[in-house]
Design a protein around this ligand. Sequence first.
Ligand SMILES: [Fe+2]
Ligand SMILES: [Fe+2]
Length: 188
Amino acid sequence: MTDAIVLLKDDHKTVEKLFKKFEGLGDAAWKSKRAVVDDIIKELSIHAAIEETVFYPAVRKALPDVADDVLEGLEEHHIVKWTLDELKDLDVHHERFDAKVSVLIESVRHHVEEEEKEMFPAVRKGLGRKTLQELGAELDKQKAFVPRKPHPKAPDEPPANLIAGPSAAAADAVVDKAKKRLPGRKKK
Ligand SMILES: [Fe+2]
Ligand SMILES: [Fe+2]
């Protein structure tokens, strides 16, 4: 059984690897830059969504002392999701593309550091092994249902995000399928 904090830290590592990959690419590696950023968008959208639907609400309910960290986390997610939403549609050749990715990387690294150094240790101490394992299983399950794209305007707290999440995920899948049916359509 996976411990919730181990699972979330693994996600952080996956994202950090993608950040390093992006930073190692040449300025003109347009195709690779687009592919890596698309992976970053997918990984961060799923990660933020499982934290918002499962982990943050559970932490807030069980540990009132950690509530402020959760609220700050939600605001940081909010800003990240706006940037992801812009990057999703921004031409890789645009002069703002690299700068936008750099600022995204900076803010996610800051957010991850706060989670791993402040929130997670407090949660590990407060929740105990069994609860963390149950939460881990729940986080793992939720990965299949949450949107794989950023939805910065969607609600980020329960119960509203539990209703909006799966339908947003279904809508994303429909859009992706429709795009595949139009191979000649140029991606903006
Ligand atoms: Fe987070
Ligand atoms: Fe996180």
